[in-house]
Design a protein around this ligand. Structure first.
Ligand SMILES: [Zn+2]
Length: 386
């Protein structure tokens, strides 16, 4: 990559990818060491990529928060989540019905719209659903193993449809990705034709809510995907925030003048940084495509979580979306903007996309490239570490 002086200054400050998927081409993970980007926040999305994200986090282990200040450092912050595109593969077995007693066909009939009645070819191809309880346990262990790990990619999506085809078992996957070069990690769409089936929002919401609560329990940030579901995501978060809203300025004043003891107990609650929360403390709306008006809801004074908005060239600056993205980027407070590649492969193209989005944001906000890089670095640090 040819670098002008401003770009060199930008990379020297450090560029931090808030959301990407290099494990989709596992062979590209070795190229992270040669990249310009300082740290990648690497998402897991489905059964097949959870162990691969563990592997890449071990390979580029971030051991403390200041390590990445060195210009030569390259690191990975892992994120463990279950993407809405794969939510039908998970059965909510936290209630009365144990996982091993679940009828495969009736599970898929209850989560898919339209119901796959009479579609024998499809019903024969579906695997046994996985247990949400087991997944939550495994994810909790991964969060403990990696103290800086996030929960992601999670979310809701009203637009996607299930692809046709079979699924591999995860042990085969690991062997396969080790033995082949530049091969796509299985489990995603991979150009397969689509079925007419979607996952109903109720089921998607149950899977999302469980993961938001897990993130809250471990006080970890989350990376959220939302396509045509902005209102529903906000309502779900609001449900979790209920009873924990921050006091508005006026309420705070009134409390202070009313009683000193009450004010003290507030402070105690804020200071207890170890206490599990019923909601994630920090939220990144990844490749945010919602309307500018919706920002106000997320940035309201009483919202107890810090909400960040992340932007990518691939999604936010595709032709029909670009004008909206510019309006949104102008309206987001400087300290809540993040950048991401959302790319499936580490290497030069990821660097290129990161550079382009940093340049774009700096242009829109009227920041110099080095100044912008500093702001974006600080934002990423606050998002990841609090
Ligand atoms: Zn993604």
């Amino acid at each position: 990559m040819e670098l002008n002086e401003d770009e060199k200054a930008m990379w020297d400050v450090g560029v931090f990818d808030a959301h990407c998927h290099p494990t989709d081409i596992m062979a590209s993970v070795q190229d992270i060491a040669k990249m310009h980007a300082r740290v990648l926040t690497v998402m897991a999305t489905r059964r097949e990529d959870q162990p691969l994200v563990v592997d890449s986090a071990k390979k580029y282990l971030l051991e403390d928060k200041v390590q990445y200040d060195s210009e030569n450092y390259r690191g990975v912050v892992p994120a463990f989540g279950w993407h809405p595109w794969f939510s039908h593969q998970m059965v909510d077995d936290r209630g009365a019905q144990p996982h091993d007693q679940i009828d495969i066909i009736s599970h898929y009939k209850s989560v898919l719209i339209p119901q796959p009645d009479g579609d024998d070819e499809f019903l024969r191809s579906i695997p046994k659903p996985l247990s949400l309880s087991h997944y939550l346990q495994a994810t909790a262990q991964r969060l403990e193993q990696f103290p800086f790990a996030l929960v992601g990619e999670i979310g809701l999506d009203r637009a996607f449809r299930l692809p046709k085809g079979e699924f591999l078992n995860p042990d085969e996957v690991l062997e396969k990705t080790k033995s082949t070069v530049q091969e796509h990690t299985p489990g995603s769409r991979e150009g397969r034709p689509l079925t007419p089936y979607r996952v109903n929002l109720e089921h998607q919401k149950a899977i999302l809510k469980a993961q938001l609560q897990l993130a809250g329990k471990y006080r970890r940030p989350v990376s959220v995907h939302s396509v045509q579901t902005h209102g529903v995501v906000f309502d779900l978060l609001s449900e979790l925030w209920e009873g924990h809203e921050r006091l508005s300025k006026r309420q705070r004043k009134r409390r202070q003048s009313n009683s000193n003891t009450e004010a003290k107990s507030d402070v105690m609650e804020v200071d207890d940084a170890e206490k599990p929360l019923p909601y994630p403390p920090r939220i990144c709306m990844h490749s945010y495509s919602g309307p500018p008006e919706a920002l106000k809801q997320y940035l309201g004074n009483t919202v107890p979580a810090d909400v960040y908005f992340s932007f990518s060239i691939c999604i936010n600056f595709s032709t029909p979306a670009a004008a909206k993205a510019e309006t949104v980027i102008r309206a987001v407070p400087a300290e809540r903007i993040l950048v991401e590649s959302d790319l499936h492969c580490a290497g030069d193209r990821m660097d290129q996309l990161l550079k382009e989005i940093v340049v774009k944001i700096c242009e829109i906000r009227g920041w110099g490239l080095e100044e912008g890089a500093r702001q974006l670095k600080q934002n990423w640090e606050k998002f990841v570490f609090g």
